[in-house]
Design a protein around this ligand. Sequence first.
Ligand SMILES: NC(=O)c1ccc[n+]([C@@H]2O[C@H](COP(=O)([O-])OP(=O)(O)OC[C@H]3O[C@@H](n4cnc5c(N)ncnc54)[C@H](OP(=O)(O)O)[C@@H]3O)[C@@H](O)[C@H]2O)c1
Length: 222
Amino acid sequence: MPNIAIIGASRGIGLEFVRQYAADGWRVYATTRTPDSPGALGKMRGDIRIHHLDVRSDTHIARFADVLSKVALDVLVHNAGVLNSRGRASPEEIAETMRVNAEAPIATVSALIDSVIASEQKKVAVISSIQGSGRPRPSSPDLYGDSKGELNKRFRVIEPEWRSLGVTAVALHPGYVKTDMTGQHAGITTTESVSGMRSLLAGLTPGDSGRFLDYRGKDIAW
Ligand SMILES: NC(=O)c1ccc[n+]([C@@H]2O[C@H](COP(=O)([O-])OP(=O)(O)OC[C@H]3O[C@@H](n4cnc5c(N)ncnc54)[C@H](OP(=O)(O)O)[C@@H]3O)[C@@H](O)[C@H]2O)c1
């Protein structure tokens, strides 16, 4: 069966990715910041390997890439993200949000790209957000939206390089999903969101590389 790595798998959408791929028989490399107390991730059934990764740490990223250097990753999903502030953000919140949401996905995928290239499917998804569409907008500051807009910008710069290596890489909006990040008033369940993204990923072809898609496969404007 194929291998997948889910970066940021402790809860919410990432945890549901683990559950669904493991239930389908895939080997899942799941990362968490708390491997000693993995919570729900530790209770998941299937071929799941839990690894320690805080995406703010270059050392953690390099170590994880080293551990997986002999593993072929058919699919790599960078899911980790934060919504630190809904109002005026502190300098620390701005730095952390930009690091986790905009810089880490590119750094982590770049570190693991050889493992992706070594696989059969060679697919990458960075979990962005529709709130990054059309961002940044200087007239209406929004830290979370701006950070996802910055991720999109960086993704579009590096994606041609990954494509030239045979990788199919997309940015995904998972929908408005009930998780700790949004609360239970949000629109859809993690099951619905991840089912949609899984079928989209299963159907990806090299010609799709560089697209920004929602969980139903609908294009989103950058
Ligand atoms: N929910 C939505 O409606 C929605 C909409 C658009 C986009 N998204 C995006 O979808 C992704 C998942 O969101 P979610 O709703 O599932 O959020 P969530 O329930 O808050 O989960 C966030 C995940 O990211 C991990 N994470 C945060 N900071 C990290 C770090 N420094 N290093 C490693 N992992 C870290 C968390 O791990 P810990 O448990 O250790 O904190 C957790 O596993 C995010 O990128 C989010 O921006 C969500």
